[in-house]
Design a protein around this ligand. Structure first.
Ligand SMILES: Nc1ncnc2c1ncn2[C@@H]1O[C@H](COP(=O)(O)OP(=O)(O)OP(=O)(O)O)[C@@H](O)[C@H]1O
Length: 682
């Protein structure tokens, strides 16, 4: 059964959770022939290198590699490769960011062209460079007029090396950026960070290992560059004759020197590869999936409870900006979402709906993470976005909205400590470093995480990380707080403490909380809005919506059966499936006219189950309501078994299921008393 069917939160796996833990080897073995082929492959790579080491004239080695011409070449190679690497980083990082983060029409073509030098024979690259920068080249011709001669200079060596090495950096960094995704960047923007701050404090630190390994690979490629350099820069000792060129020349005149210098290059290559693997193997991690072993620290325990309070309104929330009213009316055609929602100043609205209903889309519209095709949103008297009749869009960017988003996962920035994570919002909004840290410490104290301030996210459990994420979202004092299933990814044991924390923190704040859990709606929200198939289908006081569900989803959420039908004269209800039911009118339903559409609600625990009904007149003679149907699901529950048959469900004990021999496909009769059912207008 799916979440959509039940309307309840599906169990979401913690990242990395699984039968075989990440990092372990699956105990299924590897076929012997694969191992044999791998050994042959390894020998194929190592044999030439080992042979070269064997050929080296060790007695003369030092003299050969320290000859003036060799040292000149080595020194030139190192200098030019370093400069080329710096150029690769300076040009390649922006190129990779544009390719990974911006959608534009000719993107595939642009990517293919950028990567061409990777597959081009280097000599062809050299000719291309001559065509651009040579004396008669497209640019070179003009440079010559200015007295600048590029070809056959050390500058030409750097250009040739950069030309062939740049794709390595772009390729590895673009892949890393795609893998990292944009979720951290979206969170940073909603905390108030502008694009440059997001790039500097979030994106680059996240992919730093890829930048470093890409740079090292580029350096290695630059160091080994031969064909393009020879064609474009020539072979002038001390000016353009790099180590590979020197080796090539020496091969004719002094083979021992060529082999010795080759070995030097091999050693440099091995060091580079080892270093790249070391860096690449250490990706930045988010929080741990499991709590630390050993004695639980204070911070592993739930935070101290909020001050005793009767209702959400009465709880203390600390000083913050006056709350603002939020209004949204928007459509997103691609997702078939067309929603309208208002949240009063200081109110918390729980947004409930089945999977794919449009809840996250609504939050993304409010946060500015996706664009609407029509409509507008306002926060107080500020317009967040507006699409006019002609389709022209005016929108504040996410960091200009004063809207904070707390997602299912904490998404703490892995490179920052807990304190710096919480200080991120205030810092992004221009607060001094000192003040931001003070605010961060205050919030960490409020969420019961003061002693975690200096830990990195990788040293936190999921519950701890989410508490710090709450502090981070609130430290920037947002005018609208968006919570996207903030407890869905957490272990059940830490949920009550976080719910208490939120209950305190949300008081007096304009908040939308997406949840699958009716308990969240009851304990945290003033009002609920139900969203189904991209439309808000119902909204109202939490109690009212749950007591008088108007859709099957809402009924399931409230743990009620909902039988929809038409009111008949005399107060009975004829359901859409033809059953005649008697139920008490709910408050406000007394005046309903015959022929009006009504819903009948009854708790599954008040429904009795019988084996296949022979007596069709049972209902009218016994005073009980009766519905017959084919059992389509048996659902284990904490206190028994829920039997589903079409629109009705009944909670019974396992012994009843055994006695009646119930299983999917069998007929059963479901009965309930008139006094246990209420009807209300739809
Ligand atoms: N990135 C996307 N591109 C295109 N369509 C999307 C994208 N994300 C969601 N959708 C579609 O938009 C609709 C609304 O999805 P949304 O994620 O807002 O639902 P939801 O109520 O948040 O669901 P869930 O409870 O599963 O998170 C769905 O039909 C979904 O398939």
């Amino acid at each position: 059964m799916t979440d959509r069917d039940t309307g309840r939160a599906g169990h979401r796996r913690a990242p990395g959770a699984g039968t075989i833990a990440a990092g372990t080897t699956a105990p299924i073995g590897v076929p012997g022939w694969v191992i044999a082929a791998a050994v042959v492959g390894t020998a194929f790579v190592l044999l030439p290198l080992a042979s070269m080491a064997w050929r080296v004239n060790w007695a003369e080695f030092i003299r050969l590699v320290t000859a003036p011409a060799s040292l000149d070449a080595l020194w030139l190679s190192l200098r030019t490769s370093l400069v080329a690497t710096a150029l690769c980083v300076a040009l390649g990082v922006p190129m990779a960011i544009v390719l990974a983060r911006i959608e534009f029409a000719a993107k595939r073509i642009a990517r293919a062209l950028v990567l061409v030098p990777l597959v081009l024979p280097p000599v062809v690259g050299g000719i291309a460079l001559l065509s651009a920068f040579g004396r008669q080249g497209l640019l070179g011709r003009n440079l010559e007029l200015l007295g600048v001669s590029v070809a056959f200079s050390t500058t030409a060596v750097v250009i040739a090396q950069t030309f062939v090495a740049l794709p390595f950096l772009v390729l590895s960094l673009e892949g890393a950026l795609r893998t990292a995704g944009t979720r951290y960047e979206a969170v940073a923007a909603t905390l108030g960070a502008g694009p440059t701050t997001v790039l500097r404090r979030v994106t680059v630190p996240l992919v730093l290992p890829a930048v470093v390994s890409g740079a090292v690979l580029s350096f290695a490629r630059a160091l080994g560059e031969f064909g393009a350099t020879l064609t474009f820069a020539g072979s002038l000792q001390g000016t353009t004759r790099t180590l590979p060129l020197e080796i090539y020349l020496q091969r004719e005149t002094d083979p021992d020197a060529a082999v010795a210098l080759s070995l030097v290059l091999v050693v440099v290559a091995i060091i580079i590869v080892a270093f790249t693997h070391g860096v690449g193997a250490r990706p930045l991690r988010g929080h741990r999936d499991q709590p630390r072993r050993g004695r639980p620290s204070m911070a592993d325990r739930p935070p101290s409870p909020a001050p005793a309070a009767g209702t959400k309104r009465e709880t203390r929330s600390g000083a913050h900006r006056p709350p603002k009213r939020f209004e949204l009316r928007a459509s997103v055609r691609e997702r078939d979402v067309d929603v309208e929602l208002e949240v009063a100043a200081g109110e918390t609205v729980a947004l409930l709906g089945p999977n794919g209903a449009g809840k996250s889309t609504l939050l993304a519209l409010a946060a500015g993470l996706i664009a609407a095709d029509s409509g507008q949103a306002r926060l107080g008297d500020r317009v967040l976005f507006e699409v006019d009749a002609g389709g022209r869009r005016r929108a504040r960017r996410p960091h200009e909205r004063g809207v904070a988003l707390l997602a299912q996962e904490a998404l703490l920035f892995p490179n920052l400590t807990a304190r710096d994570n919480v200080a991120f919002g205030p810092r992004s909004r221009g607060t001094t470093r000192r003040e931001a840290r003070r605010v961060a410490d205050e919030w960490l104290g409020r969420v019961g995480a003061a002693e975690l301030a200096d830990r990195k996210p990788a040293e936190l459990s999921g519950g701890q990380a989410q508490r710090i994420a709450v502090a981070r979202a609130l430290a920037g004092d947002p005018e609208l707080l968006l919570l996207d299933e903030p407890m869905a990814a957490l272990d059940a044991s830490v949920v009550p403490a976080l719910r208490r924390l939120l209950r305190d923190a949300l008081a007096g704040r304009t908040t939308i909380i997406v949840t699958h859990d009716a308990l969240d709606a009851v304990t945290l929200a003033d009002r609920v809005a139900l969203i189904e198939d991209g439309r808000v289908v119902d909204s109202g006081r939490t109690r009212d919506v749950l007591e008088r569900p108007t859709t099957p989803f809402a009924a399931r959420l409230a743990g009620l059966n909902l039988l929809v039908g038409t009111l008949e004269a005399g107060g009975a209800v004829r359901t859409d499936t033809g059953d005649l039911l008697r139920a008490a009118p709910s408050a406000g339903a007394e005046g309903s006219a015959p022929g009006s559409r009504v819903g009948v609600a009854v708790r599954p625990s008040r429904v009795a189950v019988w084996s296949d009904p022979p007596a069709s007149a049972f209902a009218s003679t016994s005073g009980e309501n009766a519905i017959s149907g084919i059992v389509n699901d048996l659902e284990p529950r904490d206190d028994g078994i829920r039997i589903h048959a079409g629109a009705i469900a009944a909670d019974v004990s396992p012994s009843v299921v055994a006695d009646l021999d119930l299983e999917p496909g069998t007929w059963a009769r479901f009965t309930f008393a008139e006094a246990d059912a209420t009807y209300f207008p739809l």
